[in-house]
Every structure is written in C-alpha cells, then in structure tokens.
Design a protein around this ligand. Structure first.
Ligand code: FES
Ligand SMILES: [Fe+2]
Length: 333
C-alpha cells in the first residue's frame, strides 16, 4: 500500500444512517458507522477494553457501544462512558480506539492511510463527472491484490482476447502506442492518462508511442492514484472504477456506469440497470484471469517481461514504486 493517500474504500451508501458495519480494508479489520448528522467514522474494529469487535455493537446517542460491557466511544474514538465506573466518572484517556480520517464525497467513503496531518490534501476525482450524471454500481470481490486489479484496467493488450465478444470485438490485436501522459494536481496527486489505438493484424508492426503524435483530444483512460479509474466512453457515458484494497490478496471492486443520456426517472433506471449488467459481464471476463496472476502483488522487479503495448502498466509501476519510496522518506508533519 502507498502511504499518505486518500483511498476509496466503500461506497457511501454502504454506511447507512445510524448503522454499524465491520469490514476488512487495507489488511485491517475496521468498523464504519454514521452518526445522526451523517458524519462517518472509521476505526479499528477492536474494543480497547477487552478486544471485542466493535462492529458487533450498536449506536446509542451518536456513540458506538461495545456489546460486551457497554463502553461507548465517539466518532473520534474517545471513550465517553464506562458504565461500570458510573456516568459521573471521567473515562480513562487510554481507552481510545485508533481511527482514520474519513471523507464522504463522490459517492465513496475515503480514508486517509498514512501519517496524521494538521491539514489533509483534497480528494481528487474526475472533474468531468459532475452532478448531471447518474450512476449504478456493481460490487465484486476479486481474489487479487489491488495493484493487479488496477493494472488490468490499464491493459490495452488484453482486449481482443479476454473481451473477444464484448469491448474487444473486431480482432484488433495490434496495439499502437499507447500514448501516455501524467497530470499533476496542485497537491502532487498523480493522474495517468492514456490513449489507446488498436488495429487488426496487417503486416505492419506496432508503432512506438515515440513515433505517434500526442492526440489533441481528451484521453480515453484516466487513473488517479492511488485507486480510482475512469474510462471516457463518450461525453455522456462513462465507466469508472474504484479498487478498494481488502488485504494483500483481495480487492473489492466497484464498477460504475455514469450516464446522462436517459434523464427521465424510469428510463434512467432502465439505462442504469443495463449499465450494471454490462459492467458485471465484462468485469467477470477479466476477473477469472487476473485472479490467477502470480505473484499476487505487482511491482517493478517481479520477473515479468513487458512489451511496448504495456506502457501504461510500466508507467503505473514506476510511479507506484516512486510514491512508496517517497512516503517512506516523508517525515510526518
Ligand atoms: S470488551 Fe468492549 S466494553 Fe469490554
Ligand atoms: Fe478487461
């Protein structure tokens, strides 16, 4: 995992008002809950009293209550009540549940994975997806490290093989380029963009990205570190994904179809339903092969032999490695 980043880890609507959910993300058991004001909390799913999973508790007065001895904690993880000591007693400061900074934006719950800061960078999502779009999401559990799942969405070479009857129809096996570019946000957030151009075998070898002009228009694919992706199908239809790390061998995939073609409520529902099913069908084509990749975790030196068509994956690996190194060197502020 790259530290000091905001990770999309759940969809917003998975954390219902006044409900508690326990789940594993980033290799840790976590509990998420939402208080009456809508504020989401994320903390370790472990009561500091005697180790019970807080996700088995319930919400009382906007506090999470451990089911074992009724200790209550607020959204910051501070203990606010030890019933056995009496309501008039001040709870010991040591009874603190470790938590993570949380944001609830763009329909995702994001957690800050890294050193605490006095000020956190803003979360970058895809600016061209605005409130005029509606969306429907497919969730799917992949038994793959999230880096492998991301690389699959950066893979221009697999289309005519894995998706021969869907998005890879036409046997366009030759991959020219792809042309890649980096876009940096003001807060040093990194975004990989690329343009893909595949064609049928015609006896002419693949053209190197060096020999191709940078296309003037918008990129087809954008990947925003550390874990969100966007495919610009058309101005009014997009596919986007978030790759929520569960642990080193598992990822929760969120595939969204955004659209603003069908605006009337019934049509919108039908369109979104079709979008969900097509995303589901296509991602299942990928899943069955990505889950077999070894080693589970991607990296720069894992003994693979990449080809020019894998350029976006090479770019991703280099940047990922650089960000991991940078976060190791960064002193906490
Ligand atoms: S274990 Fe949670 S209150 Fe005792
Ligand atoms: Fe695919």
């Amino acid at each position: 995992m790259i530290r000091n980043q905001w990770y999309a880890v759940l969809e917003s609507n998975e954390v219902k008002p006044r409900r508690v959910i326990g789940t594993t993300r980033m290799g840790e058991k976590l509990v998420f809950w939402r208080d009456a004001s809508g504020q989401v909390a994320c903390m370790r799913d472990l009561c500091p009293h005697r180790g019970v999973a807080l996700s088995t508790g319930k919400l009382i007065h906007d506090h999470i209550q451990c089911p074992f001895h009724g200790f209550e904690f607020d959204t910051s993880g501070a203990c606010v009540l030890v019933p056995a000591n009496g309501a008039a007693a001040v709870p010991p400061k040591a009874l603190q549940v470790d938590g993570y900074p949380v944001r609830d934006v763009h329909g995702y719950i994001w957690i800050w994975w890294g050193e605490p800061r006095s000020e956190y960078p803003s979360i970058r999502y895809f600016e061209s997806i605005d409130a005029s779009f509606s969306y429907a999401t497919v969730h799917d559990h992949w038994a793959a490290h999230y880096s492998r799942a991301i690389e699959n969405q950066l893979d221009a070479v697999h289309l005519p093989f894995i998706h021969a009857n869907t998005i890879g129809r036409g046997q366009r096996t030759i991959v020219d380029g792809p042309i890649t570019a980096w876009e940096h946000g003001t807060d040093e957030s990194y975004r990989l963009e690329f343009w893909v151009s595949n064609r049928e075998e015609d006896g002419i070898p693949a053209r190197s990205s060096r020999d191709l002009p940078k296309p003037a228009g918008r990129p087809q694919i954008q990947f925003q570190f550390p874990n969100v992706w966007h495919n610009w199908i058309s101005d009014d239809v997009r596919v986007a994904a978030a790759f929520a790390p569960i642990d080193d061998e598992n990822t929760m995939m969120y595939f969204r179809m955004y659209q603003r073609v069908a605006l009337l409520p019934v049509l919108r529902q039908v369109f979104n339903l079709i979008g969900r099913w097509s995303n589901f069908y296509i991602e299942r084509q990928d899943k069955r092969v990505v889950e077999t990749q070894q080693p589970k975790r991607s990296g720069l030196k894992i003994g693979e032999h990449l080809i020019p068509g894998d350029r976006p994956i090479i770019e991703y690996r280099r940047r990922r490695e650089a960000l991991i190194q940078k976060s190791l060197e960064q002193p906490p502020d």
